[in-house]
Design a protein around this ligand. Structure first.
Ligand SMILES: Nc1ncnc2c1ncn2[C@@H]1O[C@H](COP(=O)(O)OP(=O)(O)OP(=O)(O)O)[C@@H](O)[C@H]1O
Ligand SMILES: [Mg+2]
Length: 274
């Protein structure tokens, strides 16, 4: 997505001076420190930073799982209001997350059919005839190269790690949130399934126009998949811009250091031709 094209798209999620402080006195940690951001509809944004830089804390603020100490978050250009349970539930239809550990994403006592049916019901399909629901579940599974017929009556823990990750994406396909927040799925899966998952996320974005926020340590990966990149250090955004601006023409020393920590980035993706 070109920069001018991106900026002509409506704002999806944005923030001004967003801050999260844990503890007090000499035990105080400023985990997220006055960050500003503008995420547009259909944009793929990576937030890159080392361990402890505040990425997960920021995701929790974006998801509405924790409250900011200071600053404000805007949804579709208006101050986000999740002050009541009902409003929060409404917001959670628009924003969904996938986590590194797919086990944490499922209720292990629900069969896969139920996991998928719940998604259809959540999207207002409760009264659809069963036939239509089956069709939707089959479509969602085939989107991620799973066969629904082989999954019915199974529990999530009966799947392999890779299958579980794909089921997670099938759920997102059914839920069709406006925003998907993905904590980099590295832990459970090998490089090959990881590439598949990323391809599926990109495909999902193209298919549904959702905004994807991708949280990662890996600046090379961020370059490969993102429209915009935000570099986070000690709770602050030290650099932000298009993937090309931030990674090919970095200004901040911290970004340059992250890039030099992945010496192979220039070899793997021949950046000289970009
Ligand atoms: N609930 C909490 N109470 C106190 N301090 C916290 C809490 N959660 C996070 N922190 C602190 O906030 C800082 C940022 O943590 P955070 O988990 O956001 O980092 P991260 O960028 O997600 O790291 P990683 O890449 O290792 O997941 C750290 O110093 C952490 O110790
Ligand atoms: Mg984290």
């Amino acid at each position: 997505m070109k920069n001018n094209e991106k900026n002509s798209r409506p704002l999806c999620l944005s923030g001004k001076g967003v801050t999260k402080v844990f503890g007090m006195g000499n035990k105080k940690t400023v985990a997220v420190d006055h960050v500003d951001f503008e995420f547009h509809e259909g944009e793929l944004i990576s937030i890159v930073g080392e361990s402890g830089s505040g990425k997960t804390t920021l995701s929790k603020l974006l998801l509405g799982l924790s409250n900011a100490t200071e600053g404000e978050i805007f949804f579709q250009g208006k101050p986000r209001d999740i002050s009541t349970r009902k409003k929060k539930k409404g917001y959670w239809k628009d924003i969904q997350a996938i986590f590194q550990d797919p086990f944490s994403s499922y209720n292990i006592f629900s069969k896969i059919d139920t996991v998928l049916l719940d998604c259809i019901n959540m999207r207002g399909g409760r009264t659809f005839p069963m036939e239509k629901k089956m069709e939707m579940m089959t479509e969602a599974c085939s989107f991620v190269n799973l066969k629904f017929a082989e999954l019915t009556n199974k529990y999530p823990f009966e799947l392999s790690g890779g299958q579980m990750q794909r089921l997670m994406i099938a759920r997102i396909f059914l839920l069709k949130p406006k925003i998907l927040l993905a904590d980099e799925p590295t832990s459970m899966i090998d490089a090959c399934s990881r590439a598949t998952i990323l391809d599926m996320l990109l495909h999902l974005r193209d298919e549904t126009g959702m905004t994807i926020i991708f949280i990662t340590h890996d600046i090379g990966l961020a370059y490969y998949i993102s429209d915009s990149v935000y570099i986070m250090e000690h709770g602050k955004f030290v650099e932000r811009g298009t993937a090309d601006e931030v990674i090919l023409h970095s200004k901040a020393d911290y970004t340059k250091r992250l890039i030099s920590d992945v010496p192979k980035i220039y070899e793997e993706w021949d950046l000289s031709t970009v």
